[in-house]
Design a protein around this ligand. Structure first.
Ligand code: PLP
Length: 159
């Protein structure tokens, strides 16, 4: 074994995850294909109900992608042209892309030792110009995501 072979650890091994749930999801996919029900319908409704329950949320709306989920959430919060939204530097591009799709500007903040958005890094940027924050709630236990900074109104938008 060469040094290169030893150090090649995959960053993300989706196949390993797939093999863990292969049989379970295989049956569901067969049902969906047999029903030819690909848009909305009972399978999506079932997913929405199950996911809402898992999240202990009142509602869940299934959308076509993670990008759409972020984009729709920002639109629902009224984010638009001239706004700035804080995003972690170490996220997937879709996080910043969703902000740009609204016509707003993504502001990147560094991550902490747990790879979450750094609360310390938030300080100055938050009081300067941000309208919102996209981050994992665990990194924001000291600074809740909110909307309306700089306008004098502070509306809490996250948990
Ligand atoms: C953190 C994060 N946000 C958003 C997305 C976007 O999801 P999708 O590719 O379904 O649009 C991804 C995709 O990998 C992601 O890793």
């Amino acid at each position: 074994m060469t040094i290169n072979e030893i150090t090649q650890v995959p960053f993300l091994d989706l196949k390993a995850q797939y093999h863990q749930i292969k049989d379970e999801i295989g049956e569901r996919f067969e049902d969906i294909l047999a029903d030819t029900g690909f848009i909305l319908g009972k399978h999506v409704a079932e997913f929405e109900q199950g996911f809402a329950k898992l999240q202990e949320a009142k509602y869940c709306i299934g959308v076509s992608s993670g990008t759409d989920a972020l984009h729709i959430a920002l639109i629902a919060l009224g984010i638009g042209h001239g706004d700035a939204v804080i995003v972690p530097v170490n996220t997937f591009i879709a996080t910043a892309e969703a902000v740009s799709l609204c016509g707003a500007t993504p502001l990147f903040v560094d991550c902490d030792e747990f790879s979450n958005l750094s609360v310390d890094g938030l300080g100055d940027i938050l009081t300067l110009r941000a309208e919102g924050v996209i981050s994992h709630p665990s990194s924001l236990s000291r600074a809740r995501p909110w909307h309306g900074c700089g306008s004098g109104k502070r509306k809490k938008v996250g948990r």
